[in-house]
Ligand binder design. Sequence first.
Ligand SMILES: Cc1ncc(COP(=O)(O)O)c(C=O)c1O
Length: 500
Amino acid sequence: MKLIYEKSKPGRRASAIPQYGNLPAAEVPEELRRAEPPRLPEVPEFELIRHFTELSTRNFGIDNGFYPLGSCTMKYNPRVNERLVAMPGFANLHPLQDEDGTQGALELEWRLQEILAEVTGLDAVSLQPAAGSQGELTGLMLVRTYFEEKGESEQRRKVVIPDTAHGTNPASVTMAGYEMTPVKTDPRGNIDIDDLREKVDEHTAALMLTNPSTLGLFDEKIEEIAAIFHGAGALMYYDGANLNAVCGISRPGDMGFDIVHINLHKTFSQPHGGGGPGGGPIAVRDILEPYLPVPAVTRKDDGTFGLDFDRPRSIGKVRGYTGPFGVFVRSYAYIRMYGPRLREMSEAAVLNANYILARLKDTYDLPFDRLCMHEFVLSARNLKREYGVTALDVAKRLMDYGFHPPTIYFPLIVPEALMIEPTETETKETLDAFCDAMLAIAREAAENPALLKEAPHSRPVRRLDEVRAAKHPIVKFGFEAHPALSGEPRPVAVEAPKGA
Ligand SMILES: Cc1ncc(COP(=O)(O)O)c(C=O)c1O
């Protein structure tokens, strides 16, 4: 497909504006004037529309098809959410409007806080963090402030993280100035309690855990784990990325967790991917409430809603205003759609995952043979051993069958991992079509491994050099890069910062 610059012809325009001879020339200050006009593609409007419409069909999203990306909860986003968020009363709000003019928005935020407190089994909520990872950092800042006030911040330097953890967990621990203590997984996929006992002591600040874990398994010893941490005077942090498995069924607060982040964009439906947008509210036990970010959204004695900045022990702000408001409207709408039947959402997610697991577990390796929660992890190591076909090959071939690949090579403790999360929103026909494709791919691995090695065959972009892309990311090209514009190609690759 040609670039829009290659379609450009001098003088072509997307619109024709009438010339008014007697209008005064625009007064652009000298220092802002350009020597030459910007080099933009010159194309008619229909060419422009066709170009970008065509490009949009080359992307894969949840509206194109099944997207079982484990740990990411890529559920369908109902259109009613979009209608609600576009209502003028929400869409035209300005964050600096005074409380009188924003009562409806503040009430929505307050109600969402109340629901999240109930769902997590905790006492207070801040909606402010913009993603799960920012919720993690915010939660750890609360941990630090809590121990500072107790005079134990020098003593408690360690945060315990299981070896199945998502990469943002160790990153947040390091950013918050803590040291990471890894703990092993036992043969049933739970935290290894013996290893844990050796690692938790008076120097421990917290545990950071998602339950169900990234293996899709509910930790059978969670109460014992909570007793170990609380017994050592440490706190329990729940990474809520997998909350979709347990809503209305079990609550992190009841499991013993003191802080939870909720990925609104996963559990409560917000279009996401490629870095945003998202919402990562945190819920906490009452002992941590004074440290929550400001402003807090409150209901006053007279029943009106307001913003409370008067929180002297707060860690401060972690994001502008009260957080990503559009995400709140969508999540609130999704939750209210289920109403008191919210547990049906999680029950359907768990059922769907177990259905796929049951159909695939005799063909792919299953490292932990247990009922799963909302997701599960298979391994392609049997295909690798027998035919040289890897998890990456399976994932790429799935694209030829019209499915987004699952998460692969994560969690790190499972070789050739395929992490599958169907979510609650899919039909049995879709689940079956996906299983049929996975089974067909396993047959192809035996009959014609080369076919898989070169997959995908049907997509505009074929195999990429993924190692090179990860190690040398080029995230932007300047417009002047294209030869159609300048004669000489001048690539202006902007490298992502190291570790980004
Ligand atoms: C287990 C787990 N923890 C934390 C995160 C981080 O959440 P976010 O992407 O919202 O920053 C993710 C995201 O994929 C996750 O899967």
